[in-house]
Design a protein around this ligand. Structure first.
Ligand code: HEC
Length: 96
């Protein structure tokens, strides 16, 4: 009789660069997807992150990321965890 190995369900799901794990790996409830934050809180006004790409810092630009983070505290992203995931995802969009 075929059986499904329980190990398959123990695997950490493939995470894209857009997903930031805020807790120990495998704790799915603590994982916030920056693209999901974008869809929920930004996309209604900004259709495509490419359109604001000129305002986004490079992934290696910590000062730029801090400025973006500070801007977003007053611009539709008040939750610090969601904002952190969002900033990481946004900077990952600048090279596409
Ligand atoms: C209610 C509509 C609205 C929502 C929601 C919104 N924005 Fe904006 N955003 C704007 C407008 C309008 C501007 C241009 C004027 C300004 O700078 O406030 C802007 C400007 C920006 C800029 C600067 C772009 C530039 O050209 O310099 C960035 C970056 C940005 N938004 C990111 C975000 C992110 C990330 C989110 C989600 C957390 C978001 N916005 C949610 C309306 C919105």
């Amino acid at each position: 009789m075929p059986s499904i190995s329980p190990r398959r369900f123990g695997l950490i799901p493939m995470l894209t660069a857009a997903t930031v794990s805020l807790a120990a790996p495998g704790v799915a409830a603590e994982t916030v997807s920056g693209s999901a934050v974008w869809s929920a809180q930004c996309a209604k006004c900004h259709r495509d992150p490419a359109r604001i790409a000129a305002s986004l810092p490079a992934a290696s630009d910590d000062a730029g990321k801090a400025r973006l983070d500070a801007f977003l505290t007053k611009h539709h992203a008040t939750d610090p965890k969601l904002r952190a995931a969002l900033v990481e995802w946004l900077v990952s969009q600048t090279r596409q």
